[in-house]
Design a protein around this ligand. Structure first.
Ligand SMILES: NC(=O)c1ccc[n+]([C@@H]2O[C@H](COP(=O)([O-])OP(=O)(O)OC[C@H]3O[C@@H](n4cnc5c(N)ncnc54)[C@H](OP(=O)(O)O)[C@@H]3O)[C@@H](O)[C@H]2O)c1
Length: 258
């Protein structure tokens, strides 16, 4: 099936690693123009060159920098934007008693700014597209909180709620808004935690134990490409009647009905 993404332009935040990088590659494969950002220039450079790829360093918490990045992205591809993937971020492994006031403030800032800054910057351009789509990369923690990730779980729930409000409000401008909720996906987040855990276990064994401990029905962590596929499907004009919803990409984690 032709997803109808060719020659359209998409902004993906945090495209230098993991889920963002897999999404950038999937969109390029579909013939789309892609703009992406991250904070580390070297990591962005490692994506490689492509004539339909624009990259710039930008921290999504900095509204002015995000405005400049989004404007430069539209300019790079003929002044248009058809979609936005709010992906940049990371989680915070903290329980209630280890969490400082700054942790709460920083986590809420990252999660809300990570959606609102790019959206506000892109809104005018998205409103001019005939098939505008926003995808917020979220976590199943939004629906199934974990005490060891208390700030991230609470912030994720807020973002899922916000996504619904945005879908309702932006429908009048023809902008669809959806979420993908991730379980455990094998990216830099987990390689860093494996290194920090210093368990002595090889990464593959450590991952298998992690999947079993967290109750992942499929018995393994997900791959970034498996998430990118869901994101690209939601960006596609073919998904024109899907808004205000979320897709779990989580290998069947947990026993509740998510
Ligand atoms: N992997 C999982 O199991 C999992 C589960 C649930 C949710 N998620 C969410 O999925 C998203 C992607 O995560 P991932 O697993 O692919 O992580 P990753 O491999 O660590 O990639 C994160 C990307 O975001 C960028 N980034 C981080 N903070 C940023 C900021 N403030 N401004 C701009 N760019 C920033 C990073 O580049 P720089 O560091 O150079 O800025 C990198 O490109 C995140 O929002 C994460 O919380 C992941």
């Amino acid at each position: 099936m032709d997803l109808g993404l060719a020659d359209r332009t998409y902004v993906v935040t945090g495209g230098s690693s993991g889920v963002g990088l897999a999404t950038v590659r999937a969109l390029l494969d579909e013939g789309a123009n892609v703009a992406t950002c991250g904070r580390d220039a070297d990591r962005l450079a490692r994506i490689g060159e492509h004539d339909r790829l624009f990259t710039a360093t930008c921290d999504v918490r900095d509204a002015a920098a995000v405005r400049d990045f989004v404007e430069a992205s539209a300019e790079a591809f003929g002044g248009r934007l058809d979609g936005l993937v709010n992906n940049a971020g990371q989680s915070r492994m903290k329980r209630l008693d280890d969490t400082t006031e700054d942790d709460w403030r920083d986590e809420l800032e990252l999660k809300f700014a990570g959606v609102l800054n790019p959206l506000q910057a892109a809104r005018k351009h998205l409103g001019a597209s005939d098939a505008a789509s926003v995808v917020n990369v979220n976590a199943v923690l939004a629906k199934q909180p974990e005490p060891r990730l208390i700030t991230t779980s609470a912030a994720r729930a807020g973002i899922l709620n916000l996504s619904k409000s945005l879908a309702t409000e932006l429908a009048a401008d023809g902008i669809r808004v959806n979420s993908v909720c991730l379980g455990l996906v094998d990216t830099g987040q987990w390689t860093r935690r494996h290194a920090a855990a210093d368990s002595g276990l090889p990464y593959d064994d450590w991952q298998a134990e992690l999947a079993a401990d967290r109750g992942v029905a499929l018995g393994r962590l997900g791959r970034a490409e498996e998430v990118a596929y869901a994101i690209v499907a939601l960006l596609s004009p073919r998904a024109s009647y899907i808004t205000g919803t979320s897709i779990d990409v989580c290998g069947g984690v947990g026993r509740g009905i998510l």
